[in-house]
Design a protein around this ligand. Structure first.
Ligand code: ADQ
Length: 474
């Protein structure tokens, strides 16, 4: 069995609960063949200029898995991580051209760090390793590895959305990014919509040849690339174990006690402009105006985990949210009731299921999201006898799987969203149960292990000869 090598911006110790479902899932696949997980250590070196060439790779054994990490210089971190990854690719891939900062210096740092990753990873590789690269920070990695002579099978999974060609093409280096994807043997997306966007780009902009006429194998730049959608899921068993453990049950008990006479709504996100948080609060304000029976009855708990605070756009969203929550509580609040409880913090993962379970409604209403695992976690945490209702944005990747049984909303339309929330709050028990059962079936079937397996099976099926060994340095 070939050894699996995962590469991602950050590496997590899979034995720690806080690492979350993805780390657990990847570690399952990594453990099977004694794998390697390579990435940035999270540490920034206080030195001038680029990361030195002789920088050390830290090796750390976590059970059967070797964690290999690299520190970055401040300069590289700022250009590669804050700059190109999070101030260019993140906003554009989430359709926010208005927030993109196409500073020319960023791309050099992005490329330099990807080259450094390739140079540091290559000596750790064995000939028959299978490499799985994760996410937008590392798009050029396969190209850089190939330029150094790697003939490995390499797959890439994009965790965030891929926008339509008209938006993608606004990135000054879009041709280079697209060509870089062709250095992989398989590129996986979260949704069919993202796959379609790639296919349009491949056909129209890259003039790639659709090998079988079904948009699954593309020939361009001397290589053949397989593409497919692999919607990511959660680790249902891991989540069940968390949900029944003390921290979650205690959380549930406390919330039920505190909100025994109220309807609880919950939102759990990273504080990010893609998550539609101000839109969500405005829709909730609209709910109180249009359906005043919720006054003194409904409370929205919004947890927003701090994220990428040194990127400008994140500071703006923080201020907007604080002021919205403050004004709503000022306008509607009573001595013994506040409509919004907004917390700017990360909630301990082991307590999350208790909060989800205590809520009657979850508001998962991003303006754009690759998948959104909170939607799936919320459903998995519910009591099947008395489940809560998922209100889900039509712009989350999760909608392709949950369309029929979530209450769908357009986060830009606060009036319609307010009515949809009211509908969710008033949904009769029998219908809640019916919807929950069907959602749960899908979540169990397409869990994170299914995702991992199907991606790796497809990558194994990609024929190295068919892909073509030639890779022209771009
Ligand atoms: P994220 O944008 O981080 O991930 P999401 O899938 O919603 O988005 O959440 C990932 C994890 O973070 C979940 O397990 C969730 O519980 C946890 N989380 C979120 N907010 C939290 C908070 N305030 N406190 C504690 N935990 C919190 C990216 C893409 C998504 C995609 C995932 C996985 O943007 O679209 O679903 O990767 O591929």
């Amino acid at each position: 069995m070939a050894r699996l090598v995962c590469v991602s911006n950050r590496v997590a110790d899979p034995r720690k609960t806080e690492a979350g479902g993805l780390a657990v899932a990847l570690s399952g696949a990594l453990q099977a063949g004694g794998g390697l997980w390579f990435g940035w250590s999270g540490k920034v070196l206080d030195i001038e200029g680029p990361t030195p060439e002789d920088t050390h790779v830290h090796l750390h054994q976590a059970g059967n898995v070797t964690l290999a990490t690299l520190d970055l210089s401040q300069w590289d971190h700022d250009a590669y991580y804050l700059g190109y990854s999070n101030a260019v690719l993140w906003p554009v891939f989430h359709y926010r051209l208005d927030l993109a900062d196409f500073d020319a210096g960023y791309i050099e740092g992005y490329r330099r760090v990807n080259q450094l990753f390739a140079r540091k990873l290559l000596p750790l590789l064995r000939e028959d390793d299978v490499i799985w690269v994760h996410d937008y920070h590392l798009i050029p990695l396969a190209g850089e590895l190939r330029a150094l002579g790697s003939r490995h099978r390499i797959g890439f999974f994009l965790h965030i959305p891929l926008p339509p060609p008209q938006i993608f093409a606004a990135i000054p280096a879009h041709e280079w990014l697209a060509r870089s994807l062709f250095a992989y043997d398989l590129v996986g997306f979260q949704s069919e919509a993202d796959l379609q966007h790639f296919n349009h780009y491949a056909a129209i902009e890259a003039h790639a040849e659709d090998r079988d006429g079904d948009g699954r194998r593309w020939r361009a730049f001397g290589r053949t690339l397989r593409t497919a959608a692999f919607p990511i899921g959660i680790d249902v068993e891991e989540f069940d174990a968390l949900a029944t453990a003390h921290d979650a049950t205690e959380m549930y008990r406390r919330m039920r006690e505190e909100y025994s006479r109220r309807q609880l709504l919950v939102g759990v996100d990273r504080l990010d402009y893609s998550k539609g948080l101000p839109h969500r609060l405005r829709a909730f304000r609209e709910l109180l105006r249009r359906h005043p029976d919720n006054i003194r009855r409904a409370t929205l708990i919004q947890i927003a985990a701090p994220s990428r605070e040194s990127v400008d756009a994140y500071g703006d969203i923080l201020r907007e949210l604080e002021s919205l929550a403050g004004s709503m509580n000022g306008d509607f609040g009573e001595l013994d009731w506040m409509p919004v409880r907004y917390m700017h913090r990360t909630m301990a993962r082991r307590r999350l299921p208790g909060l989800y379970r205590a809520a009657r409604v979850a508001l998962v209403t991003p303006l754009r999201d690759g998948m959104n695992l909170v939607a799936k976690e919320f459903v998995a945490a519910q009591d099947p006898e008395d489940p809560g209702v998922l209100v889900l944005s039509r712009f989350a990747g999760a909608v392709e799987q949950m369309r029929a049984d979530a209450v769908l909303v357009n986060p830009y339309d606060s009036t319609a969203m307010a009515d949809a929330i009211q509908f969710a709050l008033q949904m009769p028990l029998a219908e809640r149960r019916r919807r929950h059962e069907r959602l749960m079936d899908g979540i169990r079937r397409f869990d994170v292990h299914w995702w991992c397996r199907s991606f790796l099976d497809e990558l194994a099926a990609a024929d190295a000869e068919e892909s073509g060994p030639d890779w022209l340095r771009l």
